[in-house]
Design a protein around this ligand. Structure first.
Ligand code: NAP
Length: 324
C-alpha cells in the first residue's frame, strides 16, 4: 500500500463540505490522521462517531498542531477569527486551504494571520446539496464535479500543486482562475440564483397573505396555504436551493457584495426588458428570448462534461473536464 499524501490533516468546520472532504480522503487513504474541529461538542462527537475524523479538538490552535494541511470549512464569516485563533499552532511549511464560496474575502480574512512559511491555497468545490451538518456529507460529493483553485501570484507553487492533486484524488476536476474572476463568475452562476430563489419564496408567501385578506369572503381560499398546496413542479424545482443554510448564504452575500450587486444590476435590466415586453404585448421579443435561452439551457444540461463558466473570460483548465 502506498503511503498517504498527508501525515496529518485538520478540518475546521465539520458540516456538509468538511465532512464530505474528510470522508473522500478516508476513501482514498490520503491522510494518516484526520483531526476535526468545530464549535459544538455535539458536532465533534458526532463526527468521531461517524468515523470520518480520527480525533477531535475544540481549540483551533491545538487542532492544527503539526498538521501538513489545514482545510477551512466553516461559514465565510467565521474565517477571520478562526485564522487568528489557529495561527499560533501552525507549523512552518503547512498548507492552509479552504472551500469558501467567495474567494477575495477569504484571502483578505485569512492571509494576514498566517505566519511566515505557511502557504494559503484558496479553493472552492462546485458541489453541494441544500443539507448541512456532519451527517449530510458523503464521500462521493466531489466525484466528477469541478473544484476551482484561485491562487494569487504569490502562492507557493509546490503547495498549489499539492492542493490540485488532492482535489483530483478525491474525484474532482480542477480549474484555476483568479480570485476576482471566480467571484464574478460565481455571482452570476450561483449566488444570484440563490438570491432569486430566496426572494421568490418570500414574495409568494407575502402575496399569499395579501390575497387571503383581499378574498376574505371566499372561505375555501382563506383557510388554505396556497403556496404549499398549488406549488407546481416549476416552483418546487426553481426554489429547491432556497432550502439552503441561511448562515452560509448570509455570509456569501456579504463576502461577495460587489460582484453580486454588479450581476444583480445586469439581471434587473434584463428583467425590466421582459416586463416591458409583457406589458406591450411584444410576443416576438418574448418568444425570441425564450427560444434563445432554452437552447442555452439545453446545452448546459446536455454537456455535463463542461462547466458553463469555464471558458467565460478566460478560465484556465488543468484537469479532465466535467460539470456543475
Ligand atoms: P455546514 O454544513 O453548515 O457546516 C458548517 C460547519 O462549520 C459546522 O461544522 C460548524 O460547527 C462549523 N462552524 C461554524 N462556525 C464555526 C466557527 N466559528 N468555528 C469553528 N467551526 C465553525 O456548512 P457547509 O455547507 O459545509 O459550508 C461550509 C463552507 O463551504 C462555507 O464556507 C461555504 O461557502 C462552502 N461551500 C458550501 C457549499 C454547499 O453547497 N453547502 C458548496 C461549496 C462550498 P458547529 O456545528 O460546531 O456550529
Amino acid at each position: 500500500m502506498t503511503s498517504p499524501m498527508f501525515e496529518k490533516v485538520t478540518f475546521i468546520g465539520l458540516g456538509l463540505i468538511g465532512s464530505s472532504m474528510a470522508r473522500a480522503m478516508k476513501r482514498g487513504n490520503l491522510a494518516a490522521h484526520i483531526v476535526g474541529s468545530a464549535r459544538k461538542e455535539e458536532t465533534r462527537s458526532k463526527s468521531l462517531e461517524l468515523g470520518f475524523i480520527d480525533s477531535a479538538e475544540a481549540d483551533p490552535a491545538k487542532a492544527v498542531e503539526n498538521a501538513d494541511l489545514v482545510v477551512l470549512c466553516a461559514p465565510l464569516g467565521a474565517n477571520a477569527k478562526i485564522a487568528e485563533a489557529m495561527a499560533p499552532g501552525l507549523k512552518k511549511g503547512a498548507i492552509v486551504t479552504d472551500v469558501g464560496s467567495s474567494k477575495m474575502k477569504v484571502i483578505e480574512d485569512v492571509e494576514p494571520h498566517l505566519p511566515e512559511g505557511v502557504h494559503l491555497v484558496p479553493g472552492h468545490p462546485i458541489a453541494g446539496t441544500e443539507n448541512s451538518g456532519p451527517e449530510a456529507g458523503f464521500a462521493e460529493l466531489f466525484d466528477g464535479r469541478y473544484c476551482l483553485i484561485t491562487p494569487a501570484d504569490s502562492t507557493d507553487r509546490t503547495a498549489f500543486r499539492k492542493v490540485v492533486s488532492l482535489w483530483k484524488e478525491i474525484g474532482a476536476i480542477v480549474d484555476v482562475m483568479s480570485p476576482k474572476h471566480h467571484d464574478r463568475v460565481l455571482a452570476i452562476t450561483s449566488h444570484l440564483p440563490h438570491l432569486i430563489a430566496y426572494t421568490i419564496v418570500g414574495t409568494a408567501a407575502d402575496l399569499e397573505g395579501h390575497l387571503e385578506k383581499e378574498d376574505a369572503d371566499i372561505e375555501e381560499m382563506v383557510e388554505t396555504n396556497e403556496v404549499v398546496r398549488f406549488s407546481g413542479s416549476g416552483f418546487r424545482d426553481f426554489t429547491r436551493i432556497a432550502g439552503s443554510d441561511p448562515v452560509m448564504w448570509r455570509d456569501v452575500f456579504l463576502a461577495n457584495k460587489d460582484a453580486v450587486l454588479e450581476m444583480l444590476g445586469r439581471f434587473t435590466e434584463d428583467l425590466v426588458g421582459l416586463q416591458r415586453a409583457i406589458r406591450w404585448n411584444d410576443a416576438e421579443k418574448l418568444e425570441e428570448w425564450f427560444t434563445r435561452t432554452r437552447t442555452i439551457r439545453r446545452e448546459v444540461v446536455e454537456q455535463p462534461a463542461r462547466s458553463p463558466y469555464v471558458d467565460w473570460q478566460g478560465g484556465h483548465r488543468v484537469g479532465p473536464g466535467s460539470e456543475d
